[in-house]
Design a protein around this ligand. Structure first.
Ligand code: MG
Length: 316
């Protein structure tokens, strides 16, 4: 038996929600699958400190020292510090955790547009019109603008709330400017995570095609889609090239199997046919049901992006 998939990498950059946990509960088997592997947890959430995130992970049974968590607040503050000199006055539109990261990089939080030479924007449930307007004034006056992340929505037990990307969109609409973005699917957060780990060969692991997988692909890393969160096989089949993962698995246990087990491709006993926008994958008697996913994705990838975009999958 060949080496497990995870052995091909010196760092696994693992998403949190939908991958390690679903809100307040661990994804079954996730902690066991990651145990002993070289993991950094990478989250677009900018409102909690790395220590708070790590404590939540430990409460759920994950081995997660504080220094194995990288947040978009850290990456955003680091990105801003690379764009402006030390001592630059910064209007922070965000939570205390973001303010701390800004101060830790020698930048100086201020309260008004007139003082600010830079703006950094991350999620804070307290942010209102007055603060957004202060940001807009500063940005219109030429301040450098960094967003920790641009997630349109914020998943909760009640459903999808307004995410930082939607608050960024309000400021973008008011200023006709574009922010620099640190979080997934942009790559500064991955650069930071790999630098902090002193690692060079990354596998990006997550549940979302348009953040984790797109970001990992843009970073030039291999990517691993786990089907415990937002996206399913139907989504992969219809996804554009930039959203196509290197590996797909039902659970993180795939990290401990040989790479070939999770790599889309033809599988014995499964045949795929395309008729219009219907992709049908049919199993011969005795075919392994778990293989249908991989045969379906391989058949979809043989089509052009345009043909793939409306594709509907049926497994027989
Ligand atoms: Mg996720």
């Amino acid at each position: 038996m060949s080496a497990p998939l995870a052995a091909g990498y010196d760092r696994l950059l693992v998403d949190l929600d939908g991958t390690a946990y679903a809100g307040a509960v661990a994804i079954p088997g996730a902690a066991e699958a990651l145990d002993g592997l070289p993991v950094t947890y990478v989250t677009n959430n900018a409102s909690r400190s790395p220590g708070d995130v790590a404590q939540h992970l430990r409460d759920l049974g994950f081995a997660a020292p504080d220094d194995t968590v990288v947040t978009s607040a850290q990456a955003g503050a680091g990105l801003l510090a690379s764009l402006v000199p030390a001592g630059t006055p910064v209007l922070v539109v965000g939570a205390q955790a973001l303010c701390q990261e800004v101060e830790a990089r020698g930048l100086v939080p201020v309260e008004t547009a007139e003082e600010a030479r830079a703006v950094i924007q991350g999620h804070n449930p307290e942010t209102g019109w007055a603060r957004l307007s202060e940001a807009a004034l500063a940005i219109r006056a030429g301040a450098v603008w960094v967003a920790t992340n641009t997630d349109a929505t914020l998943p909760t037990e009640r459903g999808l709330l307004v995410g930082n990307g939607s608050m960024v969109a309000a400021v973008r609409h008011a200023t006709e400017r574009e922010p620099h973005v640190a979080g997934k699917p942009f790559t500064p957060i991955f650069v930071d995570a790999m630098r902090a780990a002193g690692a060079t060969r990354a596998l990006v692991v997550g549940d979302r095609l348009d953040t984790d997988i797109q970001g990992g692909n843009a970073f030039g890393a291999d990517t691993f889609l786990v089907l415990t969160g937002v996206n399913d096989v139907q989504d992969v089949v219809a996804a554009p090239d930039v959203h196509q993962p290197t590996f797909v698995a039902d659970t993180l246990a795939g990290l401990r199997l040989p790479p070939a087990a999770s790599r889309p491709g033809p599988r014995d006993g499964w045949t795929a046919t395309v008729d219009g926008d219907e992709l049908t994958v049919t199993g011969a008697p005795g075919a392994n049901p778990a293989d249908a996913t991989y045969a379906a994705i391989a058949a979809a990838r043989a089509l052009s992006e345009e043909r793939r975009s409306g594709l509907r999958l049926t497994i027989r």
